[in-house]
Design a protein around this ligand. Structure first.
Ligand SMILES: NC(=O)c1ccc[n+]([C@@H]2O[C@H](COP(=O)([O-])OP(=O)(O)OC[C@H]3O[C@@H](n4cnc5c(N)ncnc54)[C@H](OP(=O)(O)O)[C@@H]3O)[C@@H](O)[C@H]2O)c1
Length: 232
């Protein structure tokens, strides 16, 4: 399969790109900084493009079997539109070139899950605060992005992970059209799931979650490591 990965030089994107190459897929890894991409492979092409510049995207996606996006920007108190503008430009490029399969990462944080299974007390306390404060502009834009994907007419899947953290190996994660379990997703599990979805047309038109249930951090570790380090 020929896969185009937007956000390929990010933390999840690198894992996903490596995973795809290990499965012998051909990958176009999209980044604004190709010189900073950490590995090479005969099946890998590192491509410079900015999703905010639509003219650069048509040739990037032309001929691909699947487009995957792990695009993201840090939490910010300033307005955020990279998710919605970027994905709208990706969708336009796919429609122009006839590429149909799109797998996009979003976030469970952008939505209310009243029946969420096994939500720790700390998550129930902090998620509403983050949603209304440092995460607000991100989640607003992720909802706009999801609306664009859903009305694209493409064979889309929206993947919602919860708080991202790192593990060395993928786990027996919970994924699919279910409520999230707990508050965490290992980036390697997210990468593994998105690559599986990329090659599977069955989940088209579906919104799915992915939850890691083993070796998860505490909510306090997570907030220290991930949320506050990127707030600005
Ligand atoms: N952190 C969490 O707890 C959490 C929870 C749920 C969901 N998520 C979502 O999961 C996704 C992956 O997270 P992550 O931590 O792996 O992401 P990350 O390390 O921040 O990587 C995101 C990548 O997006 C790329 N990007 C940003 N703006 C771009 C632009 N204008 N054009 C092209 N590329 C652009 C950047 O690539 P270059 O700089 O190389 O161009 C960056 O490497 C994000 O969408 C995030 O919102 C995160």
């Amino acid at each position: 399969m020929d896969i185009v990965v937007f956000g390929a030089n990010g933390q999840t994107g690198r894992l996903l790109t490596r995973r795809a190459l290990d499965k012998r897929h051909t990958v176009a890894a999209v980044t604004r900084h190709p010189d900073r991409f950490p590995f090479s492979d005969p099946l890998l092409r590192v491509v410079r493009a900015d999703v905010r510049e639509p003219s650069s995207l048509v040739e990037v996606v032309r001929g691909a079997d699947t487009v995957v996006s792990t695009l993201g920007v840090p939490f910010s108190s300033r307005p955020i539109d990279t998710y919605s503008v970027g994905v709208a430009n990706i969708v336009d490029a796919m429609q122009t070139t006839g590429v149909r399969r799109l797998v996009v990462v979003s976030s469970t944080g952008a939505y209310h899950y009243p029946n969420r299974r096994e939500a720790p007390l700390a998550l129930r306390m902090f998620e509403p605060v983050i949603t209304r404060t440092i995460g607000k502009t991100t989640y607003d834009d992720q909802r706009r992005m999801e609306d664009i994907v859903r009305s694209s007419g493409l064979d889309w899947t929206v993947v919602r992970p919860s708080g991202l953290f790192d593990l060395p190996e993928s786990t027996n994660y919970v994924a699919g059209e279910v409520d999230p379990v707990g508050g965490f997703t290992a980036r390697i599990d997210l990468a593994d799931y998105m690559i599986a979805l990329a090659g599977d047309p069955f989940p088209a038109g579906k919104t799915v979650v992915v939850s890691t249930t083993e070796n998860t951090p505490t909510m306090w570790q997570m907030i220290r490591r991930e949320a506050f380090k990127s707030a600005s």
